[in-house]
Design a protein around this ligand. Structure first.
Ligand code: AGP
Length: 586
């Protein structure tokens, strides 16, 4: 996944694009570049993070009031200066930035073999395709024709040396347009321009936009017809999208959970009632998500079993195609995604809709692709989650799962009460004193090679999510298991001092403590997470008793521990290596 941003208006474009690229770096940070238009095309690009590139080659002195920029997460071609965007055609007069994947790249490359490609990327071919079409067409028509020949996903910004307009287009990758006073900010995501405007136009798939200082003109790429798009105002402010007094977004977003869990339950009752009706009428329910969102789905299946006595299937987005033959027009698919742009989830939803199934999505980003491909949407209202790791969005997803389970059981107020009681619990769990205590544990664990986590019932998905949090930000190999499963083989890896984090929740206490004993008797170092201490524990993390809300209370210390471990190990908590905030490739 990459980040793109453009500017067209009265101000110098480069500094605005530079500032936007820094806010988009969570989408990809292998390399970055900017191109501006001012009596010709001016380009600067290199490998590395935006601020490091700027300190080397000064990205903000490019001239001109029109420009485009890009941060890259490599999919085609290595991390090199040549592969960094922007890319030009042979003449150097057409310049593009692209987020997505060109699936017919090789075929187009063969067709354009007389063009001299300068990079290994698939994106560059788009500039050459437009150049080819301009043999007998104007810039706009050439771009339209060229994009019709492209298969795959794209969000694109295009400039032409001899034209003062910018072209923006999207199909399958996110693109929005910030609307200022006589200035426009096309970008992959809202935080890129929040310092300048909160007014935004959400583009839909196959939107083709011609932008000049007088404003955008919208066309449908498929049939060329003019279309209208409305301006909305986001309820995020620039502060929310900034770190504030925190060193990292990850810590800021962990602490925000006191508020965001409460926001998640603020849902329009009529929507919740409609959703409950869909759940009750469905013949077969599938929860679908990836990574952390998958763990929210798995937790949801336990909550629906325990509270609503309702069976649901849970499938990771990438595995969904292996179950599509079960989908009918009576099936309900509940897709969970923070970004609403995860390709595997979008594919699952597309499959479900083709088979006539109803789709409800639980999403954080308003206007994302998933929200536009669902019959109903429940927004988690967590605000922008900038850190690559999902923390506040995860607990918001859990809160909604709990609310829906109680609503399905006809006890929505009980569910709402349980969640409202979390306010003080989460406030205390994220307090500085707790963070300091967990830093001491992180100091004990920071040089470990392996960590294991175990839980039963609702604590099993919690164990999986804890393992993902720890490993994806500290790079320590961490594996999560159902408490009863470790002894079926993996216990062979337990040596003296091997840490095992044990999640204790009422109803599974006796069994999970016996599993912890099996590990301790082989030398394991037992870290207990639960409402009360036990002699088995070598280290104890106290969490309040909260019954079905345990998945929320028990994961928060793990998020903090993961953060502390990352900082101690010199890892970047907001942008871990190899990861991207939203995986928009299958
Ligand atoms: C989050 O901590 C993970 N890095 C990642 O697994 C993420 O949850 C997954 O890619 C799904 O993203 P989404 O919620 O935006 O769909």
């Amino acid at each position: 996944m990459c980040g793109i941003i453009g500017y067209i208006g009265e101000k110098q474009a480069a500094p605005i694009i530079f500032s936007g690229l820094k806010k988009l770096e969570y989408r990809g940070y292998d390399s970055a570049g900017i191109a501006t238009l001012n009596n010709g095309i001016h380009i600067k690009k290199d490998v590395g993070k935006v601020k490091d590139i700027h300190s080397r080659i000064n990205l903000t002195d490019l001239p001109g009031f029109i420009g485009i920029g890009h941060t890259r997460w490599a999919t085609h071609g290595g991390v090199t200066k040549e592969n960094a965007h922007p890319h030009t055609d042979c003449s150097g007069e057409i310049v593009i930035v692209h987020n997505g994947i060109i699936e017919n790249f090789q075929e187009l490359k063969r067709e354009l073999k007389h063009h001299k490609l300068k990079s290994e990327t698939d994106s560059e071919i788009i500039a050459h395709l437009i150049e080819e079409e301009m043999e007998n067409k104007g810039f706009v028509e050439a771009a339209k024709t060229a994009l019709k020949r492209v298969e795959g996903h794209f969000s694109l910004l295009i400039l032409n040396k001899n034209d003062k307009r910018m072209i923006a287009a999207r199909r399958g990758s996110p693109l929005v347009i910030g609307v200022g006073k006589g200035e426009y900010f096309p970008a992959s995501d809202i935080p890129a321009f929040l310092d300048y405007t909160k007014d935004v136009i959400y583009l839909h798939d196959n939107d083709f936009v011609v932008l000049d200082k007088n404003g955008p003109k919208f066309f449908n790429l498929k049939n060329g017809e003019n279309i209208e798009r409305v301006v909305s105002t986001v309820d995020w402010d620039a502060e929310q999208a900034k770190k504030g007094e925190f060193e990292h977004f990850m810590l800021k977003e962990i602490i925000e959970q006191t508020e965001t869990i409460q926001k998640a339950i603020n849902q329009k009752m009529e929507i919740v009632e409609e959703v409950v009706g869909d759940i009750k009428n469905a013949q077969g329910i599938f929860f679908v998500g990836c990574g952390t969102a998958y763990h929210a789905c798995l937790t949801g299946s336990y909550l629906f079993s325990k509270v609503a006595k309702k069976h649901v299937n849970v499938v990771s987005g990438s595995e969904f195609p292996h179950f599509e033959h079960f989908l009918t027009d009576k099936t309900l698919v509940i897709a969970v995604s923070q970004s609403g742009e995860t390709a595997d989830v979008l594919e699952a939803v597309k499959t479900a809709r083709k088979r006539g199934s109803k789709v409800l999505s639980i999403v954080n980003v308003m206007g994302s692709s998933l929200t536009r491909n669902s019959d109903k949407v429940l927004l988690t209202h967590s605000g922008p989650e900038i850190c690559v790791l999902s923390t506040k969005a995860y607990t918001a997803q859990l809160a909604l799962m709990l609310l829906l389970a109680y609503a399905t059981a006809g006890k929505i107020e009980d569910g709402r009460d349980q969640l409202k009681n979390l306010y003080n619990m989460v406030y205390n769990l994220t307090a500085l004193s707790k963070r300091k205590k967990l830093k001491k544990l992180a100091e004990k664990l920071k040089d470990k090679e392996h960590i294991f986590t175990i839980g039963r019932g609702l604590m099993y998905p919690t164990a999986l999510e804890a393992a993902l949090k720890l490993k994806e930000v500290s790079y320590i190999h961490t594996e999560g298991f159902a408490g009863g499963d470790l002894k079926h083989g993996t216990i062979a890896l337990i040596e003296k001092g091997t840490p095992c984090i044990t999640f204790v929740s009422n109803g599974t206490e006796k069994e999970i403590l016996s599993n912890a004993m099996e590990i301790k008797s082989r030398g394991g170092y037992i870290i207990g997470v639960g409402p009360k201490n036990n002699d088995i524990f070598d280290y104890f993390i106290k969490v309040p008793k909260s019954s079905v809300a345990d998945p929320i209370t028990h994961i928060i210390p793990m998020q903090i521990l993961a953060y502390q471990l990352a900082v101690l190990r010199g890892c970047d908590p907001d942008k871990p290596r190899n990861l991207a905030k939203s995986v928009t490739v299958k």
